[in-house]
Design a protein around this ligand. Structure first.
Ligand code: C5P
Length: 401
């Protein structure tokens, strides 16, 4: 669910990296309110953050505000989380001692939402006992303080003090905002999108799979703490942030890649629309068109590997495999056959002819059938909600084991 996140940027060289963080949080549909200290505006212009966050950037405690009756109180009341990144030694000290002498430190005091602090500074400053005491004070107050990265700093010193990777900051934000981390420690491989089978160097056979369902599952699993690898055929979607992403073309390549990763996975979810036929002999050169509309071109097709079936054969005893069955008739019966022939633990069946279900739709209507015969029919839901329901079932499975 979308949240309102305050991003407090203070005056460190790493301030420019926070632009990327704001962009990622916005892509998840969060409302992002950027508050910059005067020092931060020396490194990045408020206009940059305004453009990326889509709202006015706040810099001044005394700024007249149309939006809030009392600006610092109004901002603080809206927040689900306040992130201070990068947090300079000065801001850490002010927060640890309740000093409120600019907009950000004042919002930090008025705020009652969780606070995440990401210190980034010169190594000697970071290791200074006073700074360390202040950091420990913040931790004792219940603030989430991230450890800085270690390496070569902008000032030329090597040691702790680097801003952690934006991906790690993003993950930590999601962990705080989504306390349900019931898939933490699980390695989940999801496939998605349509596979493509070449006809000649410029033409190929694909299908209506868009990747929406698989990408939603991958995203939801990351947010619940899983370590996700997304193997995607053709799709126009942006890979969810935080997944390990492998782009593939045909069914054969998808099968090879998934077989390679199979041994390290706890769960495999097959949401891809894998093409069932490839071209027997791919033309080396572009096939010439003819002027005669009656000319018939014959393409000989051969079967592609059934990826889940292949993985089902080498499935490890503790591994959980989930498939989809997009059907047009005898939904449950056909899905049950696929469940056993592919050695799956459960299968998500849907009638693709129903309104609000299937390929390009934003919603889906599914029935989850388990190996032990349970059957749960869900109402029409968004694909995000279906992803959540599938992962809930998965967690139930883990808990039964
Ligand atoms: O095509 P079918 O209805 O058998 O697909 C059911 C499940 O098997 C889906 O999860 C799909 O991703 C997977 N599948 C596969 N390899 C194929 C065809 C389908 O892994 N060649």
């Amino acid at each position: 669910m979308a949240k309102t996140i305050g991003i407090g940027v203070t005056g460190g060289i790493a301030a420019y990296k926070i632009v990327d963080l704001v962009s990622k949080l916005k892509k998840d549909d969060n409302e992002v309110i950027v508050i910059m200290t005067e020092g931060a505006t020396r490194f990045v212009t408020p206009l940059t953050f305004k453009t990326i966050s889509g709202r006015e950037v706040l810099t001044d405690l005394w700024q007249e505000s149309q939006e809030y009756k009392v600006q610092h109180i109004g901002i603080a009341e809206q927040l689900d989380l306040l992130v201070i990144a990068p947090a300079t030694a000065n801001m850490v000290a002010k927060m640890a001692h309740g000093i409120a002498d600019d907009l950000l430190s004042t919002v930090a005091l008025a705020n009652t939402a969780p606070v995440m602090v990401v210190p980034a500074m010169n190594t000697n400053m970071y290791l200074n006992k006073i700074v360390q005491d202040n950091i420990h004070k913040l931790i004792a107050y219940g603030y989430h303080v991230m450890e800085p990265g270690t390496g070569m700093l902008a000032c030329g010193v090597e040691g702790p003090g680097r801003l952690p990777d934006i991906e790690d900051i993003y993950k930590q934000i999601n962990t705080i905002l989504n306390p349900c981390q019931d898939l933490a420690g699980k390695r989940i491989m999801v496939n998605a999108g349509t596979t493509c089978e070449d006809i000649d160097p410029v033409r190929f056979i694909a299908n209506r799979g868009t990747g929406k369902m698989g990408y939603c599952i991958a995203e939801a699993a990351v947010k619940r703490g899983a370590n996700v690898i997304l193997i995607s055929g053709k799709s126009t979607l942006t890979p969810p942030y935080g997944v390990e992403f492998v782009s593939v073309w045909g069914a054969e390549e998808m099968c090879d890649v998934m077989t390679k990763y199979q041994p390290q996975c706890d769960v495999i979810i097959g949401a891809a629309a894998v093409g069932d036929f490839g071209v027997a002999k791919i033309a080396g050169q572009k096939l010439k068109k003819t002027d005669n509309r009656n000319t018939k071109l014959k393409l000989e097709l051969v079967g592609t590997p059934d990826i889940l079936k292949e993985l089902g054969k080498i499935k490890k005893p503790d591994q959980i495999m989930i498939g989809f069955a997009a059907e047009t008739e005898n939904i449950i019966e056909n899905a049950q056959k696929k469940l056993s022939s592919k050695n799956l633990d459960f299968i998500v069946a849907n009638d693709v002819t129903m309104e609000g279900a299937g390929f390009a739709s934003d919603t889906n209507i599914v029935t989850i059938i388990t190996r032990d015969g349970q059957m749960v029919s869900l109402p029409k839901m968004t694909k995000q909600e279906v992803a959540g329901a599938i992962l809930d079932k998965l967690v139930e499975y883990f808990n039964q084991k």
